[in-house]
Write a protein that binds this ligand. Structure first.
Ligand code: RIB
Ligand code: CA
Length: 317
């Protein structure tokens, strides 16, 4: 990175489970990013557990990054976790020392609003890799919030199939009303859904490529991904996709992705369709595109970035 290059200032919104943990590692290690703070929502597990997992990961990595506790449930529907995939703790596999530093006293939604309103317009990138409840609350509480963001990079949705129902991807399905608020907010959206993330799945060979990396990030990777591989193979029948890390990869280098501008709406009705991202790929709706929808990723540059982030912590004294 040229010495005068300005770091991209990001806030990461998580529901720390296994792939969220890798996203934190990538966001905290890349010299092109400045990780300002981490906001936590319920999702993969209940908020108490996703918060503890986030604090455990930041402590294990020796990060001096504030963590903020957010919304404990979706706006309307009850919370439906992904316990069968991420386990009872939400991050089964690694063993951590009890966190010394707790969450900051400020609520995550207030932190998001205060930071985006205080910093110059267009200087903050928000990377949201869980249900969009915290983001939706910020949009509703602060009319200028959405338009002041440099980019809102979302792990969620799909142009084709779902992963929690035939129609819906987990983060959107977990809180469709929040997703609808966010997708209609006018924020500069990047939608990184299953069409992209399922192109980078952690095969056994790729696991073996990284599992020997020393240091805290290498440990978190090997211990957490061993569980994640087992549970994904057991319940989904395939290797785990690197959903959340794809969003950090976009923040660092969007050129490895393929995308198009499309209009995206969120279906909040229907027994079989609730939580679906309706992507108008042909413009038939005549609605103005509201998101960069990501179709694909170049796998090798992504894996190289992940490997570099793991090794970053093995070299830190
Ligand atoms: O569908 C994948 C998404 O749901 C990822 O963010 C994963 O962490 C879960 O939250
Ligand atoms: Ca997540």
């Amino acid at each position: 990175m040229t010495p005068h290059a300005v770091k991209k200032r990001i806030i990461l919104d998580v529901d720390t489970g296994h792939d969220d943990a890798l996203a934190i590692i990538m966001a905290a290690s890349d010299k092109r990013l400045e990780l300002l703070g981490i906001t936590v929502t319920a999702g993969n597990q209940i908020l108490e557990k996703t918060l503890k997992n986030t604090l455990n990961v930041t402590q294990a990595l020796g990060l001096n990054v504030p963590v903020y506790s957010g919304m404990h449930r979706p706006l309307l529907q009850d919370l439906a976790t992904a316990e069968r995939i991420h386990g009872e703790s939400g991050l089964d596999g690694p063993v951590f020392r009890p966190p010394v530093r707790g969450a900051e006293p400020l609520h995550a939604v207030q932190y998001l609003i205060d930071t985006v309103m205080k910093e110059p317009v267009g200087s903050i990138t928000l990377v949201a890799v869980g249900p969009l409840t915290n983001i939706a609350m910020a949009v509703r509480l602060c009319p200028d919030f959405a338009h002041r963001l440099s980019e809102l990079i979302i792990m969620g949705g799909s142009m084709t199939h779902g992963n929690v129902t035939p129609s819906a991807e987990f983060n959107i399905h977990a809180d469709p009303e929040s997703a609808s608020i966010v997708f209609s907010s006018g924020a500069p959206l990047v939608m990184i859904g299953l069409d992209c993330t399922t192109r980078v799945t952690l095969t056994d060979a790729l696991y073996d490529r990284f599992a020997g990396i020393s240091g805290p990030a290498g440990y978190i990777f090997s211990a957490s991904m061993a569980h994640y591989i087992r549970s994904c193979k057991q319940y989904i029948g395939e290797s785990p996709a690197m959903h959340d890390p794809c969003c950090v990869a976009w923040a660092v280098n969007p050129s490895i992705f393929t995308w198009k501008n499309h209009f995206v709406a969120i279906e909040c009705r229907g027994n079989y369709t609730r939580g679906r991202t309706i992507v108008d790929q042909t413009g038939v709706s005549s609605e103005k595109p509201n998101a960069k929808v990501v179709y694909a990723i170049q796998p090798e540059p992504f894996w190289e970035q992940l490997e570099a982030s793991l090794r970053h912590f093995s070299n830190v004294s």
